[in-house]
Design a protein around this ligand. Structure first.
Ligand SMILES: Nc1ncnc2c1ncn2[C@@H]1O[C@H](COP(=O)(O)OP(=O)(O)OP(=O)(O)O)[C@@H](O)[C@H]1O
Length: 611
């Protein structure tokens, strides 16, 4: 039960003082709870004097109160009752505030740890994850973990203490009677032992179904456009209904278990009360016990069974929390695969020489690239062409080390990329992909994204060069226009232009373009191409291309098929050779005589680059 807490001890450490304070306060509240019935006993046995056997336990003598008259005794007893109650209430209030505060703070820091760790995990991990599942883990699972942590500290600890105190006092005051009162405890314990694994299994099933639902939501609503245009709403809804039904059934199983627990506990508790009353009343009648003491025992019975009931009910919260803790620890204990080797050194300022030497690579076992040899000289443009699924995107993703090769090496300026510190390599490579994702923020933020504090002049110059300026000026808020999540409020071409501007600000010696104009209409494509022209100046460019206009300009084209390089050369030579390249589907030409619209006319490029 405490193992998950122990595993999160690092997040607990900064709150050690508040935690200790909170526990001391709940212990104090527990002590007050224990002494609370005694003033009543004094009132019944010593003020009202219903029994000859008053102060049998020497309580008054022990506190030097045996000389007081009845009214004085009543005042002292009532004052004690008030003090005990006030201290109990105060300690419970402060203790609960402190412990709940620690729970909130701890889970907030665990959430950041999980988020930060997820960001560090390699693409190979994220390829296997469902977005909805990760969202559930960083939201609901953390909530359940918090509920468990708070329950353990604010409910379990004080209740176990109260149980211990009361059981001890009962055993000291009247051992036989205490054993009668405690007779039902093993039953309660047995119930917890039987229930816990079942509740835990049901909780785990429900959590997994929650993740299924969140994944369905994430998948559906990240592709609303595709879904609506292909009128697939019905299919998505049916799928959602299925998942939702499965979640409901898992939830109902949990409800059945939880619903049975509370009444069962109550029945056991009443059994205990019946036992105590049966023996207690008989002992008061035959004079072996005072009425006051019986009242204390009855009050204790409630104080004894309440924590037992709480503990039995805690089963659900703790089992649920344990499942969530396991799901969070699963993430936290996954080590990032792509990390700096010991002794990796910072990459120097690269000239842009890129080489793949005998590179093979596969996702999860199946090899996708086989013995690739490829060179890009500094400042040159290399195009990669090939049929769909040939491995083009996979190949370029090895250059910024999004994945590690399984054989061979990627070399930058002649050094194995694994001998260089990852961050210092990635800051020297920019990528513009088929569909650029923008982040929530303004257009300005999105252009500046990925650069270390660029100046406003750099951002605006890049925006102008990438033809972002044209459409941004027409917007009422200009560069301060907020971009919706993933950039959906902008057209594909506008997003690409922003991505190019972003790459221009980064001003890296190596640029990777993965079909950045695919899917754009002719006008958008021309804008984007002009931006790309500016981006390519003076940099090593690796471009995945299917447009003749791009392929023609490449210094060398590598043709890939089934993960192998099958042809290499310049466009004209490859066409003349009559091989795969000449037969590639989708090779589209932009007519050489097609004029750019006036407002897209290329701008003169300043000497020495752009920025
Ligand atoms: N993340 C991944 N996990 C597992 N397999 C993958 C992954 N990404 C790609 N693949 C597989 O690797 C192979 C090469 O894919 P890749 O995307 O590199 O091809 P491509 O040439 O870029 O295709 P396209 O032109 O259609 O974009 C394909 O068989 C694909 O199914």
């Amino acid at each position: 039960m405490f193992l998950p807490l122990w595993r999160f001890r690092r997040s607990m450490a900064p709150h050690a003082r508040a935690l200790t304070g909170g526990v001391i306060l709940v212990v104090l509240a527990a002590v007050m709870q224990v002494v609370l019935p005694w003033p009543l006993k004094v009132i019944v046995d010593d003020v009202l004097k219903t029994s000859e056997a008053s102060d049998k336990n020497g309580l008054l003598r022990a506190f030097g109160a045996d000389g007081l008259d009845r009214l004085q005794l009543l005042s002292v007893a009532l004052a004690s009752l008030l003090v005990f109650t006030l201290v109990n209430a105060g300690a419970r209030y402060l203790g609960s505030r402190l412990l709940n505060g620690v729970g909130e703070r701890m889970t907030a820091s665990i959430r950041v740890d999980v988020f930060a760790h997820l960001q560090r995990l390699s693409l190979s991990f994220h390829d296997k994850q469902r977005l909805g599942d990760l969202v559930t883990r960083t939201t609901t699972d953390i909530d359940y973990l918090r509920a468990m942590i708070i329950s353990i500290m604010a409910v379990l600890v004080p209740n176990v203490l109260i149980l211990g105190f009361i059981a001890t006092i009962c055993l000291v005051v009247d051992p036989t009677f205490a054993l009668i009162a405690l007779a039902v405890a093993p039953l309660l314990f047995a119930m917890v032992v039987i229930y816990r694994p079942r509740v835990k299994a049901a909780s785990r099933a429900a959590r997994n179904k929650d993740s299924d639902i969140a994944s369905a939501m994430a998948e559906t609503f990240s592709s609303v456009r595709v879904m609506q245009s292909s009128t697939s709403e019905g299919r998505h809804e049916a799928d959602f209904r299925d998942r939702n039904g499965a979640r409901m059934n898992a939830g109902l199983r949990l409800v059945r278990l939880q619903s049975a627990l509370s009444p069962l506990v109550d029945v056991i508790v009443v059994l205990g009360t019946v036992l105590v009353l049966w023996f207690g009343v008989r002992r008061v009648l035959d004079g072996t016990m005072t009425l006051g003491l019986l009242l204390v025992f009855l009050a204790y019975l409630k104080a004894l069974y309440d924590p037992m009931k709480e503990l039995a009910k805690l089963t659900t919260v703790i089992s649920r929390g344990q499942v969530s803790a396991e799901r969070l620890l699963e993430i936290l204990s996954t080590a990032p695969e792509i990390i700096d080797r010991p002794g990796a050194r910072p990459a120097p300022a690269l000239t842009g020489a890129v080489e793949l030497r005998g590179v093979s690579f596969g996702y999860a076992g199946s090899e996708v690239l086989h013995s690739i040899n490829l060179r890009v000289e500094p400042g040159r443009m290399v195009a990669i062409a090939g049929p769909t699924g040939a491995g083009k995107s996979t190949l370029v993703s090895l250059i910024p080390r999004l994945y590690d090769v399984t054989q061979g090496a990627v070399l930058l300026d002649g050094t194995d990329i694994r001998d260089l510190q990852l961050a210092t390599v990635r800051t020297q490579i920019s990528m513009v992909l088929q569909d650029s994702i923008l982040f929530r923020g303004t257009i300005y933020d999105n252009i500046a994204y990925g650069s270390d504090h660029p100046t406003r002049e750099q951002v605006f110059a890049a925006a102008e060069a990438a033809h972002v300026d044209e459409f941004v000026r027409a917007l009422p808020l200009g560069y301060d226009t907020p971009v919706a999540e993933r950039g959906v409020s902008l057209s594909g071409g506008q997003r690409q232009r922003i991505a190019i501007a972003r790459a221009l600000v980064r001003d890296t010696p190596i640029v990777i373009l993965d079909e950045p104009t695919s899917g754009l209409d002719a006008i958008s494509e021309q804008y984007v191409m002009r931006g790309l022209d500016r981006l390519m100046i003076g940099r090593s460019v690796i471009v995945i291309a299917h447009r003749l206009s791009t392929l023609r300009r490449a210094d060398v084209i590598y043709v890939i098929d089934h993960g192998r390089i099958v042809e290499t050369g310049k466009h004209a030579d490859l066409i003349a050779a009559g091989g795969l390249y000449s037969r590639l589907d989708g090779l589209q030409d932009i007519p050489a005589n097609r004029a750019y619209p006036k407002h897209v006319a290329p701008k003169p490029i300043p000497a020495g680059g752009l920025l």
